[in-house]
Design a protein around this ligand. Structure first.
Ligand code: ASP
Ligand code: MG
Length: 585
């Protein structure tokens, strides 16, 4: 008999009629011979409505009281479903987060799950009962053992469901929702968005952090780390939906279910060359021309960054394997003849990367990496960030030292460290989905010192204020005094706190200043096959150029290519990128 955890979202239990329909679905699963644990959200917009009531009484309601209030939403839905199940003759029992043994940290409103004490729920399952669990909530043990109700953060019942599936070693975790599964992009913005049959958890994490709101990202992190089979499907049909795959093989340990070490891999790739083209024209088609030429000439480009610019020119930096250096050099010379600009090449470089789920969502991690490198006098030549990987290019003779300090800092074991891993060919598509994130702002810190530790102090200052940044790009161009610019994007809502967080640093760096870019939108393409498919970035840049869209910033990582474009170009950009990878029906 298979044990399944099934989660139903707010819309799926939004009325008595729908609760009856869910009960019928559970009856059918039960008759198929499955053991079931059902996790529910609150009915419809209950959580919003309760929040609104609190806000009518106070601008800043105490988090503890908010948790007391919001946790009631799920208590209503679970009791009602259990009543409906009894009516169908199914033995069932509803349980709150506390009753089911979901133990969390004590931080109200965003608690992470530490463990699930499964004795009680296992006993009920063994009796053949369907256990209906309140999602989104848990219990903190408190310092003196005083238990408190906590909530996991909005959308958190997905996370409750996957955590239960992990602790109970369930066969699969099924998330029933009001969409048919995970789509190639937002169907409200692109009409021919198509359902994906499967997607890896890493790809999903990238897309989720870019605004695809189907699943709570923490649920995907848990599924990735523990190798849980996660399926997203419609509550209203029997279609198979989307399966999320992962290779994770962690076992539950002492670290806490959600708190386990966030970084679980370190990689060194040697023999890299950094190409920097500066002062190329700032107009649509330049990046497309350059990377098309390289890809047609058989050069596989790894990281690409293009930073903000002063005046009417851009700097584009990219990395290739040293074996492609001569070829790439020749092709770049050709491009420069046509477009103008200057080329500098630096060989004998090494790429160091750390991996893990939700790295950029935890702002301290990138900061810790950069700090450890700078403390050892290691300069970061290029930085590439994404939700599941942060890479930097350093000089080759620092490679071993960097490997040692980083593996110590993140407590990695030998089998988590790889040098020059062979990239395996995959059947995976170069681009699985595209996303648009309009909630980003672009900031540049101009005229920062060009020495080890600059990026690290920037990131730490922001991390200390809880601000995650994305797409950090250091400009190629040196100012006359030898200083550089560093640009990054961050969530609009963090824009003002960033000013405050960076003020002390700016006053230390003589002549430096913070500049905000024009309103932007980020368009990203994500696909596990990207590293082994030449020309992906070129195709994306060409599609944008053909729509006459100028690219302001480029940042790539292993499985993601992001372009920052002007806000007005966002929607068209998303549509043409979706189209160019033939993702539609
Ligand atoms: N009811 C909570 C919310 O609306 C949790 C959830 O639905 O996942 O955020
Ligand atoms: Mg949800």
């Amino acid at each position: 008999m298979a044990l399944l955890v099934q989660k139903f979202g707010g819309t799926s239990v939004g009325s008595v009629g729908r609760i009856k329909a869910v009960a019928q679905k559970i009856l059918a699963s039960k008759e198929n011979g499955n053991d079931l644990v059902v996790v529910l959200s609150a009915m419809g917009n209950t959580t919003d409505e309760l929040t609104k009531l609190a806000k009518e009484l106070s601008n800043k309601p105490p988090q503890r009281e908010l948790d007391m209030l919001l946790a009631t939403g799920e208590q209503v839905s679970i009791a009602l479903l259990s009543i409906a199940l009894h009516e169908l003759g199914i033995q069932s029992l509803s349980m709150t987060g506390t009753q089911v043994g979901i133990v969390t940290e004590s931080s109200h409103g965003r608690a992470r799950i530490l463990e699930v004490r499964t004795e009680r729920i296992k006993a009920r399952i063994a009796e053949g009962q369907v256990v209906v669990v309140a999602g989104f909530q848990g219990t903190s043990l408190g310092t003196e053992g005083t238990a408190e109700i906590t909530t996991l953060g909005r959308g958190g019942s997905d996370t409750s469901a996957v955590a239960l599936a992990t602790a109970l070693e369930a066969e699969a975790c099924e998330i029933y929702t009001d969409v048919p599964g995970v789509l190639t992009t937002d169907p409200r913005k692109v009409k021919d968005a198509k359902l994906m049959e499967k997607i890896s958890c890493d790809e999903m994490l990238e897309l989720a952090s870019l605004g695809a709101a189907v699943l709570h990202p923490r649920a995907v992190e848990i599924a990735r780390n523990y190798g849980i089979k996660l399926i997203v499907k419609s509550s209203w049909s029997d279609e198979p939906g989307t399966t999320l795959t992962s290779q994770g093989s962690r076992t539950l340990g002492r670290d806490g279910l959600e708190l386990g070490k966030p970084v679980d891999g370190l990689e060194l790739v040697e023999a890299q060359a950094v190409f920097a083209l500066s002062h190329v024209p700032d107009q649509p088609g330049v990046a497309a021309d350059l990377f098309e030429t390289l890809s047609k000439g058989g050069v596989n480009v790894d990281l690409i960054i293009q930073s903000t610019h002063e005046g009417k020119s851009n700097d584009i930096t990219f990395t290739v394997c040293e074996k492609d250096l001569t070829k790439a050099h020749r092709l770049c010379e050709k491009i420069i003849k046509k477009l103008g600009g200057q080329l500098s090449i630096q060989n004998n470089m090494t790429k160091l990367s750390i991996r893990g789920a939700g790295i950029m969502g935890r702002p301290g991690i990138a900061a810790k990496l950069f700090e450890n490198l700078s403390r050892n006098g290691i300069n970061l030549r290029v930085i590439a960030t994404s939700e599941v990987k942060v890479s930097c290019i350093i000089e080759a003779n620092y490679g071993n030292k960097a490997l040692r300090t980083v593996s110590e800092a993140f407590e990695l074991t030998d089998n988590q460290i790889q040098t020059n891993p062979i990239i395996e060919e995959t059947e995976e598509p170069e681009v699985r989905g595209v996303a648009m994130d309009p909630d980003q702002a672009q900031l540049s810190v101009c005229k920062v010192p060009d020495k080890p530790g600059t990026a690290a102090s920037l990131c730490s200052a922001l991390a200390d204020s809880g601000i995650s940044i994305d797409s950090i790009v250091q400009s190629e161009r040196l100012h006359h005094d030898g200083s550089r610019d560093i640009s990054f994007t961050l969530k609009k809502e963090d824009r003002n706190s960033a000013d405050k967080a960076l003020a002390p640093l700016l006053s230390q760096w003589n002549g430096s200043q913070l500049r905000e870019g024009a309103p932007i939108t980020r368009i990203s393409a994500v696909g596990a096959g990207m590293p082994t498919t030449p020309g992906t970035a070129a195709r994306m840049f060409r599609a944008l150029a053909n729509a006459n869209i100028n690219i302001e910033m480029i940042a790539t990582s292993e499985i993601r290519t992001s372009c920052i474009v002007s806000q007005n170009d966002g929607l068209t950009g998303l549509q043409v990128v979706h189209n160019c990878f033939k993702l539609g029906e």
